[in-house]
Each structure stands twice: as C-alpha cells, then as structure tokens.
Design a protein around this ligand. Structure first.
Ligand code: SF4
Ligand code: SF4
Ligand code: SF4
Length: 277
C-alpha cells in the first residue's frame, strides 16, 4: 500500500532510475512516447538508469520507477534493495501496482505452470506465485493501466516533485465516461467492465466506442456480485438484457473476463456469486 508519509521535497535535482520486473515493458515504452512532455520532465530530473532508453547505469538514485510483477525469490531481494536505495518508489502500470496478466498463472500450482511452459526443461527453474510490487514493499506512488495511463503518470511526477501525495482514483470508469458524455457501449450490445474498474484513464477506450477491458484493475468497492447478476439474469436493466441475449455469458465466462487483469488478491470469484434470491 502507498505510504502515508513522509514525501520528501528534493533539495537538488533528483536522480531517477527505471527498473523492470516480469512484464512486457510496455509501460516504459509508453512513458518514452510522452515526447515533449517527457522533455519537460527531464528538465526537472536527471535520469541515471533506464535500460530501455540509455546504456549508462548508476547505483545512486533518489527516485525509482518500477514496472512489472514479482515472480521469483530473486525479484523479492532485488525490489527490497531498490526500496532501500530509493527515497521515493513509484510503481508503473498495473503489473506493478495491481497484478495484471502475470497473476493469471496463480490459478495453478507453480509445478503445473513450469511444466506447461518449460516441459522437460523445467528442472532448476524456480518461480513463485506472481504478485504486484506493491504487495512486497511499501510504495510512495502508484500508477495503473496496461499500459500505464500517461495523464496519471504526469500527475504523479508533478505531485512527487512538489512534495504532494497522490491518491489513485477509486471510482468506476463509468464516472469518467458519463462526465465526457460518451455513449455507453452496452447500448451497442457490448460487455464493458467499466462499472467495476478503477477510473483514471479518462475512459479512453469508451471514447473510441470500445468496451473497457478493466486494465486499471478493480476499484476497491467493486460490486462483483451485482456485475455477475446484471450480466447473467434476464431481469436486469433493459440495456443489460440486450447484452445477455446477445452473448449468453455464463458466470465462468464473465469471471474469465475479470481475471485478465485481476487476480491479486482482489478477485475472489468464489465470494462474488450472486445470491439466489
Ligand atoms: S502493465 Fe501492461 S503494458 Fe505495462 S508492463 Fe504490465 S503488461 Fe506491459
Ligand atoms: S461504456 Fe462502460 S464505462 Fe461507459 S458508462 Fe457504459 S458501462 Fe460504464
Ligand atoms: S477504459 Fe478500461 S481498458 Fe481502457 S484504459 Fe481505461 S481502464 Fe483500461
């Protein structure tokens, strides 16, 4: 969980390092695509380590941006060492902050997972259930999204450099969707996970008419039983009924959709079964 205090104000130009753990490294790539905004940020910090962007490295840094999930015992030691060095640690994107795809493997035993991936060559390879960085060390700031929501990244950098806290939003994507007056994709018969997903991306997918796939993870108070009920029962709201009739989704299929981005530890489908009233 994010630390409450203290958030340091830097008395010098802070040195920044980027690190990656198990992930596709798409969040770092997205940050590089900030282009002009990135140049503006670089006026306030010195980047000393960023494997995706430069060859130089340094073991001295004030701020660590960490991407990816923790999937080995070695990862635990490495992130602890980074935490010890960094005055401020920021998790970059949903793999690091909430879990994301990596946690899909947690549905099976690690032996099964190793067998499926490496077959007869699995001997000597070790792995542990995947978890976000925020589950292993204290973090000062969290950013979500797959890839990371860039407006949120810029907001976090601004808060960090001015000594302010940042609390990730904890409302559904529907709030941003409605504030922008976007047409609900349920009206087109598509299944959208916006009602249970943490906002903060300004509903970018629904702005293009696409359903939210839930990449920012579940908001804290996500009502999964209600979501299941709305998508599987014909007494649901008329718009939902259109979706039910079109897709005939089973609870397992809805659970599979939710699991794409949510497995650590918030998705408890066994606790989310709707009441049989
Ligand atoms: S959050 Fe998504 S884009 Fe970012 S590193 Fe993980 S899988 Fe890649
Ligand atoms: S399109 Fe999705 S996010 Fe937007 S209002 Fe409808 S359900 Fe909510
Ligand atoms: S609309 Fe949903 S899937 Fe799209 S960026 Fe936002 S949280 Fe992710």
């Amino acid at each position: 969980m994010p630390q409450e205090a203290p958030i340091p104000r830097f008395g010098h130009k802070p040195q920044v390092a980027f690190f990656d753990f198990a992930c596709c490294e798409g969040c770092q790539l997205s940050v590089l695509q900030l282009e002009e905004k990135l140049l503006e940020i670089l006026g306030h910090v010195d980047v000393v380590t960023w494997r995706e962007a430069m060859t130089e490295t340094s073991s001295e840094y004030d701020i660590a941006f960490c991407e990816g999930s923790i999937t080995t015992e070695e990862d635990i030691e490495r992130i602890r060492a980074i935490r010890k060095q960094a005055e401020v640690l920021v998790t970059l994107g949903s793999c690091a902050s909430g879990g994301c795809h990596n946690e899909l493997k947690n549905q099976w035993s690690m032996d099964e997972v190793l067998g499926v991936v490496y077959g007869d060559d699995a001997g000597g390879i070790s792995t542990i259930p995947s978890r976000p960085i925020s589950a292993v060390v204290d973090v000062d700031y969290q950013t979500f999204g797959c890839p990371v929501s860039l407006p949120e990244f810029v907001t976090v950098v601004s808060c960090m450099l001015t000594g302010q806290h940042y609390e990730p939003p904890n409302q559904p994507v529907c709030v941003e969707c409605k504030l922008n007056d976007y047409v609900c994709v349920y009206e087109k018969g598509e299944v959208c996970l916006g009602p249970v997903t943490r906002c903060g991306c300004n509903a970018i997918c629904t702005s293009f008419g696409h359903a939210c796939q839930g990449c920012r993870g579940l908001m804290d108070s996500a009502n999964l039983p209600a979501m299941l009920k709305a998508l599987t029962r014909e007494e649901a709201h008329s718009i939902m009924r259109m979706v039910v009739e079109r897709h005939s989704l089973t609870e397992d299929e809805i659970a599979a959709k939710l699991r794409i981005y949510n497995n650590w530890p918030e998705l408890r489908m066994e606790e989310a079964q709707p009441d049989d009233d």
